[in-house]
Design a protein around this ligand. Sequence first.
Ligand SMILES: [Zn+2]
Length: 234
Amino acid sequence: MIHQLRDLVMSQEYVTWMHQKFSWSEGTFRDIAWSAFYKAMDKFQGHQNSIRKYIHGWLPVAEVVKCYNEHEITKCPCCNGRERQDHVLQCPSQKLTQKQEERFDELWQKLEKTTDPILLEAMKKHIKRWIQNPQYMAMARGSALQSVVLAQNRIGWTNFLHRHIFSQFIKNQQDLYTQQGKNTPDLLAFEWGVHFIKSIWGIADEIWTLRCQQLHVPEELADPVEHCKTFARL
Ligand SMILES: [Zn+2]
């Protein structure tokens, strides 16, 4: 399945679709870290079917399923808000935000050992702001990473969290590893990019699974006491 997805992503139809969907120039398209994206797809260990849908914006969120069945849910099962594709990592419900914060904290701790501190702070800051605002565009003025941030603005921060990172993120890491005198800095930086993309997908996968559990087994039914109360009322 994942190889079929890679074939799809590498096809001319996908390229055309992406150009039309995001109005990207050829230059912006070339700026994306495609190789890291493909490798991350090959190596991703979680629910590959869900992540395939997450990457492409095909998850069966409320806004999608209600188009096919008017009796289906029309709101997010966790916060009762509007649920579009972006909502997975932007749901404000306590249950999902708590889990998400835990997972991002773990990711930042792991990356601290290997990541350019300026780059890491920029990633933390912009991801946090994107979570609070789906239309987020980063202000880069005065930033040490101005060109990187502006390039990711062109690609989009939703894309950053769903599928595509700017290749310069990986190049920055390569420069760091070169300064540190590491062997094969290009390979290490590439693996850093693959790890980052897979980690974001891992977080999204876990959050989507929690959200689906809430849809099929609401919290009050998962709690044995509440479960009994509910059935006593029926
Ligand atoms: Zn929600």
